[in-house]
Design a protein around this ligand. Structure first.
Ligand code: SF4
Length: 322
């Protein structure tokens, strides 16, 4: 039976501020899962701490609201213990690029087949708007007493440098485009990272919905010029088609170059996609040929009387260095 958008809604009270960009991301995720007819009992949404951390409470799938900066290790563990699940990990910019930065970088090396959506509003919304790691140097929001003294991380470039095989950016007020990007990310064979521009109207009064729509950025005729544009409309192609070393080098290079465009001319869409890199699950299956057919989550771990089936002595024997 076809899944409806409303089938993925919960009745949990939502206390995000009115106008928060998180609502657009929530709608886009629910629309994507419905359009792909993903069985909710086979999907897991994982989050860290922050406004975005409340995400799993609002999506009617399995979900885990974990610790600050630790959403990725939880999500990775869930996916590897049962590779048949659809795993979507949600985090804020502070959660992912501050306390969780080490996990962010190392996830690129693994290429586990799942989706990571970062709610990027450049502030720590839940704790009253301190500068988050993605906030640009010198930016001053109403929540800061003085302009930001640190340089901002470029999440697109960091993802590409870390080896991510799908790197894209969406905008939370362009829900249909974001939904299409999430579907592409779910279909991607490998680790998909999606940086989402997510206005926080409560604490970030600089990068507002009006700012992205073009307020103060006028063409010679005085008309507002939107500050975002679609990569796919500009003739840009970030997809690796042959997997040759030359092609990969060229596509990585152009994606890094593109990642520096921000502000008045901010690209949305797929910066880079490479499906020629084996997933972590493929590599594991190479070592343990029964991994996919009998992953850890499907294995019996105890006898009916509760005694464990695993023999710690056997494992220790395997690890013995001779
Ligand atoms: Fe959204 Fe900002 Fe409110 Fe958090 S503080 S719910 S990010 S508007």
């Amino acid at each position: 039976m076809a899944l409806k958008f409303s089938d993925l809604r919960t009745t949990v009270h939502n206390d995000w501020c009115p106008g928060c960009g998180d609502f657009g991301i929530l709608n886009a995720v629910q629309m994507s899962l419905a359009e792909m007819n993903v069985d909710p009992s086979q999907a897991v949404v994982v989050s860290g701490i922050g406004c975005s951390g409340k995400f799993p409470h609002f999506v009617k799938t399995y979900g885990v609201h974990t610790l600050h900066g630790r959403a990725l290790p939880f999500a990775t563990g869930i996916k590897l213990s049962n590779p048949n699940l659809e795993v979507i990990c949600e985090a804020g910019d502070g959660d992912s690029m501050g306390i969780g930065a080490g996990h962010f970088v190392n996830s690129g090396r693994r290429n586990v087949d799942m989706v990571y959506i970062v709610h990027d509003n450049e502030v720590y919304g839940l704790t009253k708007g301190q500068a988050a790691p993605t906030m640009k140097l010198g930016m001053k929001t109403k929540s800061l007493p003085m302009p930001n003294i640190n340089q901002g991380i470029n999440p697109i470039m960091l993802a590409i440098a870390s080896g991510y095989t799908f790197v894209a950016r969406g905008y939370s007020y362009d829900v249909r485009h974001l939904k299409d990007l999430i579907i592409k990310a779910i279909k991607h064979k490998g680790f998909a990272f999606l940086d989402v521009l997510q206005p926080c109207p409560t604490y970030n009064d600089v990068q507002t919905k009006e700012y992205w729509a073009g307020e103060g950025h006028l063409d010679p005729n005085g008309r507002m010029q939107p500050r975002t544009y679609k990569l796919e409309d500009s003739g840009y192609d970030g997809i690796v088609h042959t997997g040759s070393e030359d092609e990969v080098e060229k596509k990585v290079g152009q994606a890094v170059q593109k990642s520096f465009e921000f502000g008045d001319h901010t690209p949305l869409g797929v910066f880079y996609q490479n499906e020629f890199v084996p997933t972590y699950e493929d590599r594991l299956n190479g070592r343990m040929p029964t991994y996919r057919s009998m992953p850890p989550a499907k294995q019996e771990i105890a006898r009916p009387d509760g005694t464990p089936l695993a023999s710690i002595r056997k494992m220790l024997d395997e690890f013995r260095v001779i």
